[in-house]
Design a protein around this ligand. Structure first.
Ligand code: 4NP
Length: 156
């Protein structure tokens, strides 16, 4: 069975599509990676051009991704749900109905700084350099995540 990982941010146009593209680039095809927003403003929209640009500079094409809003069905469909910041964490946890669902939700930078509750900052109202910083944070976190997933699923 494929391992399924969901990346979550607020709009699903800046951080989580980047996280989706980065993690997908580090794993074989039997790992299913998707991303969503907690908000509904950008349903059906492509990622922010600044995210598309930094990804493209690193050899990753996220231009064909489209915005989707988190749904409670995602608790069932995904094995692990990585949120970008503490507000996303609150918003997703508020929709969980069981401890098993809650336990799937993790702050992505906890992979680098365990239990420090560090946010991936929202770059939406900033400039391109904010997207470059976000890319580097997500790339470092996704290296740790990919290593773990490959070890845990070495028999797949
Ligand atoms: P994201 O950034 O959560 O990283 O996709 C945002 C994009 C759009 C908005 C907020 C955050 N917005 O308010 O439209």
């Amino acid at each position: 069975m494929a391992v399924k990982i969901l990346m979550v941010c607020l709009g699903n146009i800046c951080r989580s599509p980047l996280a989706e593209g980065i993690l997908r680039s580090k794993l074989p095809k039997n790992f299913i990676i998707d991303s969503v927003g907690t908000g509904n403003w950008h349903i059906g929209n492509p990622p922010d051009p600044r995210s598309v640009k930094i990804a493209s500079e690193k050899g990753i094409d996220i231009s064909n991704l489209r915005g989707r809003q988190f749904s409670t069905q995602d608790f069932i469909n995904f094995d692990c749900i990585y949120v970008m910041d503490n507000q996303n964490h609150k918003d997703v946890i508020a929709l969980a109905t069981t401890e098993a669902e809650k336990s799937k939700v993790k702050l992505i930078l906890d992979e680098l700084f365990p239990n420090e509750n560090v946010d991936v900052p929202d770059p939406y109202f900033g400039l391109q350099d904010g997207f470059e910083k976000v890319y580097d944070m997500l790339d470092a976190a996704c290296n740790v995540i990919a290593d773990k997933l490959l070890k845990e699923n070495s028999t797949l």
